[in-house]
Each structure stands twice: as structure tokens, then as C-alpha cells.
Design a binder for this molecule. Sequence first.
Ligand code: ATP
Ligand code: MG
Length: 396
Amino acid sequence: MLYQSLLIKYAEIGTKGKNRFLFEDALMKQIRCALKPVDGTFEVTKEAGRIYVQADGEYDYEDAVEALKRVFGIAWICPMFQTEEKDFEKLKKQVTEYVGAVYPDRHKTFKVDSRRADKKYPVSSEQMNRDLGEVILEAYPEMRVDVHHPDILLRVEVRNVVNIYSEMIPGPGGMPVGTNGKAMLLLSGGIDSPVAGYMIAKRGVKIDAVYFHAPPYTSERARQKVVDLAELVSRYAGPMQLHVVNFTDIQLYIYEQCPHEELTIIMRRYMMRIAEAIAKETGSLALITGESIGQVASQTVQSLAATNDVCTMPVFRPVIGFDKQEIVDISEKIGTYETSIEPYEDCCTIFVAKHPVTKPNIHVIRNSEEKLQEKIDELVKTAIETREVVRCGEGR
Ligand code: ATP
Ligand code: MG
């Protein structure tokens, strides 16, 4: 086993002043959670502004790195070779072996950057840089030194052990989940809402989700697709509760009572109301949707205003200004695209009118909703009370 330890570098959370430890602790918690399903035993520690993942014995290196690439707050993952051997002559040999093992293609430029946390170490950092550079050049004559733009920046740190590392694997960036409250994602089976959830979780927000289905008009398979999407999002966002709300009676009632061209807007307003009620009950402070201006009739600015009209919580719409292709690119990157394009019906598309209003007038819509007075409160109450809660991302 080459790398016993992974050095975790974080970016933004380094700037949080007095609260920095809260961010570091949240990051360590998320790292531990992400590594749980990975083969191996890991210890996650914090030391002098750095986080280390130390493997105890054999572990699945590839899986560990893959898991860490999904932990928000990580800027870089640096796999380290560690040795307790501090004798400089032996260290030279180890550094040479490290370079030989990690870079089978030797046509590369390099620079050695040595540091001594242990100032009693008998060789100065400059001397270490020179001498280590020399032995590497001797062993691998194809390599060249470039102190300005090296292909390989080889770091050698003498601490209680010696850390040797040069590879930097990019993490996802962002902030550790759990450092920024909780929000409720309206998760459909489409492409946009999983991306929206990912983007808000990336800013450190814990997420729960709500899905509206309309059995028997929407199938069990359509519901399962949303559960699958929630599982995929929780690979980044951590465990989440998915509230599955039966929307059939509400939809049918709106269909009976209201003008059909207003159906989608009125339905969307009830989705927001119900999502907000569940959010309040479960400690979320905001809603998240995958809306993007102009994408469909219900996402014109007038429609968005009409939908927003019923919300008292902030509504986060992180993909509001994105083109469809930009959203698709993110969904491919995070691995939700293939599931999102599975062809199952959506409750929004089943009851759509041929010519939905694209510029709804809020007063007209409010007026139409008056026609629902008799039964709607009861239906909403029942929908909320009879919701099913699915726990997602437990095994991450
Ligand atoms: P998506 O790709 O996320 O499904 P969309 O382009 O199909 O979005 P709409 O169907 O108008 O757009 O939905 C807009 C947003 O409303 C979605 O991004 C989602 O946040 C929410 N939403 C729509 N349908 C549902 C549903 N059945 N359950 C939960 N949320 C929904
Ligand atoms: Mg949709």
C-alpha cells in the first residue's frame, strides 16, 4: 500500500475566522460519513489547520478517493506517502522510490518543496531541496528541474513522521453540509431539480425533499425514479428525508373546479404551499426548485411570480439563469442525468391543458382558487398527514 494517508485541503472554510472550528468539525463529520461504506478503517483528524484521513491498514484507495470527491468543502485531496524514517540518507532513497513508483513516465519537470515543522532536523529546507533534487536527477536522468512551472511539485514535510506527496486530486469545493441550515427541495423526476438540490447542498445546506405523485395516474416506477434520484443527490448532500405526498385528490379537485388553462399554475401554487407546510414542520428554512426562466409555460416571469405569491419562505432557484444544456452538463457531472431521462410520467404533465396561460394574472388566479374553498383545506391537510417518508442516503 503506497498511500497511508490523505491530506485534505479546504478552501473557503479557511476564511471563517473565529467560527473556523465549526466548519472544520462539520467537514470532518461529513468525511467520516462519506467513508463509512468504503472498505477500510479510517481515522479523521485535525492538526494545525489541516485535516488528515489516516488509513489503518489495508483499504480501498479508489473508493475512498471517489467518496471524498463528493464531500463539499474539500478543495483538494492529496494522497501522501508517509515514513517514520527521518535519517536523511534513507529519506533520499524513499523519495526517489516514491517518484519512481508514482511517475512511470519520467519525461516530466519537477521541483522539490521541503518543510521542517521539526526545526531540530539537522538538514535545512534549502539543503533538502537541493539534495533531494540531485538524487532524483541521478536516478531518473530524463527528468528536469523547473522551479517556476513544474509538472510535479514534490512536497516533503518533516513532522512527527515524514510526509511525501505531489498529487492533488480536485474535490468538489463548496462548504460542508450542515453549516448552513436546512432547506426543502421540490424534487420531481426531471433533470433540473436534482441539480438544484446539489447546488444548494454545495453551499453547506442540509436538504430534505418532497415529491408529489398522483397514483394511479403516475406509476410506482415514476415514484421509484424519484427515490433513486434522491439517493443520487444524497451521495453529495448526505442522508435526507424524502416526503412522498399523494397529490391525486387535490389535482382532480382543481381540474373539476378551475379553468383548465390555469391548472398548472394553481397546481404549482398548491405544491409550494404543501412543501412549505412540511418544511416548517420539519425545520427547513427555505424551499428549493429547479425552475429556470422561460423553460416552460409555468416558468415565465409572470408564472414564477404567481407561484411565488403563496410562499412566505425564501425560495432558492439556483438554476434560474441557466440554459438547459448548462443544467444537463451539471447533471451528467453529478451522475443524475441517466436516471432523470428515464421515461416515466410526471403528475404535472398528465393534467396539462392544451393552451396553458403563460402570463397569469395573480388576481385572476387568486380568484379561481376561491372556487376551491369548500374542500381544499381538508384535502391539503390529508395530503400532508398521509405523506410517506422515505429515508435516503443512509448507506450513502
Ligand atoms: P424538473 O426537470 O426539475 O422536473 P421541469 O423543467 O420539468 O423541472 P416543472 O415541471 O415546471 O419543470 O417543475 C418546476 C419545478 O417544480 C421542478 O424543478 C421541481 O422543483 C418542482 N416540481 C415539479 N413537479 C414536481 C413534483 N411532481 N414533485 C415535486 N416537485 C416538483
Ligand atoms: Mg418536471
